[in-house]
Structure formats: C-alpha cells, structure tokens
Ligand binder design. Structure first.
Ligand code: E4P
Length: 218
C-alpha cells in the first residue's frame, strides 16, 4: 500500500519526504486554508519536494470552471493530480482531464456506486472518506472493502482506491488488510505508525548492554 500524507504543511512534508517512505501528498481546500498560503505557491513547493502524485483540489462546482481550474493546476508540475468532487460536473471534469492524460483524484466518495462512476470517468484515484462515515455511525472500512472487491471484478479499470479521512493507526492497518492501493494519512498518524513501547524498551536495553562492552563499531 502506498502512503500519501494528507496535509498542505510544507515543513511537515519536507520532514516526512526525508524518510524516503512517502509516496505522495493530498491537499484539499480546508488544508490550504489552514496553511494560510496561496494554493499555486503551496502546490508548486510540494511538487518540488515529492516525486509522487500531489493532489490539488478545484474550487468551482460547474464543469466549465472546474475544467479551467484543473488545467491550470495541472500545469504547475507533471505530478499534480487534479482533485474533483464526486458530482455530475466533477465527473464530467474528471473524464475531460483524464482523456487529456491528466491524473485525477475523485474526492468525497461515500458509496460504492459513486466509486464505480469515478472509475468509468477514468479517475486515477477515488477517495472514499473512511473517518467521516465512521462519524455518522457507519463503518467506513466496509466501503473500502466493497470498492476494492468491485474493482477487482474488472481488472481493466485503472482506478486506485485511496483510503481517505484516515483518523488513526488502526484505520491504516484496516485499509491495508482491505487491499486499498493507497492511504492518505495525517502527519501525526504517520509518525505514530513507527511507535511501539517494546521497541523503545528493547532499544534502551540494547544500548545499555552495548555501552557495557566499551566497544565502537566505527
Ligand atoms: C482526502 O483527500 C481528504 O483531504 C481528507 O482525507 C479528509 O479527511 P478529514 O475527514 O479528516 O477532513
């Protein structure tokens, strides 16, 4: 499973990209607003830091304007993935951009039927929002399982399932078990993936024993 980070905070992205384990980035209008910066500047900086897909979301809701916005965003760098909402106009935009060879991430997906439509529209990624379904008392991970299963029935579909609205490390594990191609994860949750108290305890003991030998490897 590929790991994308879900943030528009450039310093966080720089830090995580340095690990060599970051496969891409997703942003959305709320994350851009939180950054307090201009979308074109932020996306361009992120694209310089990360080689993988960087999602930049359109802000219009009608086809004509979304298409123009998508075309403009796609010109920032070759790894920009234009993000469009799962609406009729959004999917029309997805089809038009995809036909032009531009990667598209269809966002705000809350049902398997919506995911089928995104795939038919040629999306590179579809983003089912796990946490927001959990928030309303549903199990968001069932949706990931459903979509992965349905897409598997049609091997010619090129759309990747991007588990979004990930809130904690258990979501990451469940997305991997469900076969999601990608999970986009907030920076704090990515960092939590490294942690285990037995790793800390074990390392502490190894270091103490090593010190007692008085040796040096270098
Ligand atoms: C997906 O691309 C979205 O940016 C994001 O995952 C939404 O997460 P939230 O529901 O925590 O806002």
């Amino acid at each position: 499973m590929k790991f994308f980070v879900d943030t528009a905070d450039v310093s966080e992205i720089k830090d995580l990209a340095a690990t060599g384990l970051l496969d891409g980035v997703t942003t959305n209008p709320s994350l851009i607003a939180k950054s307090g910066r201009k979308i074109l500047d932020v996306i361009s900086e992120i694209c310089e830091l990360v080689d993988g897909p960087v999602s930049a979301e359109v802000a219009a809701t009608d086809f004509e304007t979304m298409l123009k916005e998508g075309q403009k965003l796609s010109k920032i760098a070759s790894n920009v993935t234009v993000k469009v909402p799962l609406t009729v106009d959004g999917l029309k935009t997805c089809k038009a951009l995809s036909d032009d060879g531009i990667m598209v991430n269809v966002t705000l997906c809350f049902s398997a039927n919506q995911a089928l439509l995104a795939a038919k529209a040629g999306a590179s990624f579809v983003s089912p929002f796990v946490g927001r379904l959990d928030d309303i008392g549903e199990d968001g991970m069932f949706l990931i399982e459903d979509i992965v299963g349905i897409y598997d029935n049609y091997p010619s579909l090129g759309t990747e399932v991007l588990a979004a609205s990930i809130r904690h490390t258990a979501h990451v594990l469940a997305a991997a078990k469900a076969g999601a191609h990608v999970a986009t994860i907030p920076p704090n949750v990515i960092r939590q993936l490294y942690n285990h108290p037995l790793t800390d305890k074990g390392l502490e003991a190894f270091l103490a024993d090593w010190a007692s030998t008085g040796q040096s490897i270098l």
